[in-house]
Design a binder for this molecule. Structure first.
Ligand code: FES
Length: 194
């Protein structure tokens, strides 16, 4: 009597007065089992949903630093009769993580010894100055430290550690395209940096 009254005073129903759930009597572990199942389901769903979110967020960290696109240089027939390097400006689109950069870069289109079209970067492999073609001397010359290159970009003299960098090209629907890329300076071999 005293215990039942204290429980009533505290707002609790006396144990003897509580009605039992018939299902709980029939399946005593059912509620706890459903609770565990719900918990596991929630955790699994949370984990599954977090994977694409994490990939989306971390993509710029793990993706290639930069991604280049092919740029148009003009109709192949425009270059069919060239006898000297021809300068062209190309629009270069690059993807750095989530950001897209658009810039203009200069290249020279020329013919290789075998007659194929060749596209050369104007960035000097010494310290990065812009190499230009001198028709009177029929040479490429770098204005910064006097690097000299043959018409096909082969190093002739000066401090550059290698020849001018040839860029990847392809022809699509009669249009010459170039994959503009950057290479490490001051090293004797061509090393792609982006
Ligand atoms: S930057 Fe071209 S020779 Fe030095």
């Amino acid at each position: 009597m005293g215990t039942a009254r204290r429980q009533t005073d505290l707002g609790l129903r006396p144990e003897s007065g509580r009605k039992s759930d018939p299902e709980e009597i029939a399946f005593p572990g059912r509620r706890s089992f459903l609770g565990v199942l719900l918990g596991v389901g929630t955790v699994t769903m949370g984990a599954l949903l977090s994977v694409p979110l994490a990939r989306f967020t971390l993509y710029p960290l793990f993706a290639r630093t930069t991604e280049t696109k092919w740029s148009d240089l003009g109709a192949v027939k425009e270059f069919s009769s060239i006898t000297s390097p021809v300068k062209r400006l190309v629009t270069v689109e690059r993807l750095d993580g989530w950001r897209e950069n658009v810039s203009e870069q200069a290249v020279y289109v020329n013919r290789s010894g075998s007659g194929h079209l060749r596209v050369l970067s104007t960035i000097c492999p010494h310290l990065g100055c812009s190499v230009s073609w001198h028709e009177d001397r029929r040479l490429f010359i770098c204005p910064c430290h006097g690097g000299v290159f043959a018409p096909d970009g082969t190093l002739i003299s000066g401090p550059p550690p290698r020849s001018m960098d040839a860029l990847n090209t392809k022809t699509e629907d009669g249009t010459l395209k170039v994959e503009y890329q950057y290479f490490r300076k001051l090293v004797p071999t061509k090393v792609l940096i982006g």
